[in-house]
Design a protein around this ligand. Structure first.
Ligand code: MN
Length: 246
């Protein structure tokens, strides 16, 4: 099972969650929201857990001073996230800071030879795609919990973007309609826990299983077949990441 976007460091007991992931053989991309969280979060790494270096768009205005730290840490990882733009009302007021931070990060990734990026694009799909189109050499882009229009989606597909989808996205009709259109060879599952919720509980990495079942139903495929497709996708993505870093 794969959870390609999880805030492992933000659970009340992160080590316990990491241990259970390890026991259950779950592949986890543990994304961070600030560069200063990098070292602490890295301690949660296990055989199948990798840490991504991030600066969340909702924190861009408070943490842009950490861009120097971001650049200093970038050589240590092939994964970047959570980064992107957020156009929802409370954050739109800091749009300029968000753009400055995201553009800087894309340029840094390009200069470093490319990275795998887990990207937030809530209410900002068009603007995110504009940024990505300007710096395609920044690496391989994974749009997490994508919620743009169908025309944004076709633009993202032409750009070579991947998509990570979780149970919360697939619980909504719009999310299901989008996921049905994703290129199946560029899809991974995620939880986005503990921010995303499943019922009245924070989503856990193993809840990616719910997304896996939903995708199987949506794509009219068997569950084993879907699991093996997702695993093949992950393998291809990791190969791309290795190539980027080489
Ligand atoms: Mn997230």
């Amino acid at each position: 099972m794969i959870d390609f976007h999880c805030h492992l460091d933000l659970y009340p007991d992160p080590s316990n969650v990491a241990e259970r992931c390890e026991r259950e053989g779950i592949y986890v991309l543990s994304v961070t929201t600030t560069p200063s969280a990098w070292h602490g979060t890295r301690k949660l790494e296990r055989a199948r857990i990798r840490t991504a270096l991030g600066l969340h768009p909702q924190l861009a205005h408070e943490r842009r001073s950490e861009l120097a730290l971001f650049d200093a840490l970038l050589p240590e990882t092939r994964y970047v996230g959570e980064v992107g733009l957020d156009g929802a009302p409370p954050f739109r007021t800091h749009w300029r800071a968000q753009l400055e931070v995201f553009d800087h990060i894309l340029d840094s990734c390009a200069s470093a030879g490319g990275r795998v990026l887990s990207i937030h694009s809530r209410r900002a799909a068009k603007a995110v795609l504009d940024c990505l189109e300007a710096v395609p050499q920044a690496g391989t882009f994974i749009l997490h919990w994508f919620s743009g229009s169908l025309s944004d989606l076709s633009r993202a597909v032409s750009l070579g973007c991947w998509f990570s989808v979780g149970p919360a996205m697939l619980a909504a009709e719009k999310g299901r309609a989008l996921a049905a259109q994703f290129p199946r060879d560029r899809v991974l599952t995620e939880s986005d826990g503990p921010f995303a919720r499943l019922g009245d509980q924070p989503a856990m990495p193993w809840d990616a299983a719910v997304a896996e079942r939903e995708l199987a139903a949506l794509w009219n495929m068997g569950t084993a077949e879907t699991a093996s497709l997702l695993r093949d996708n992950l393998r291809r993505l990791v190969d791309l990441a290795d190539r980027d870093l080489a």
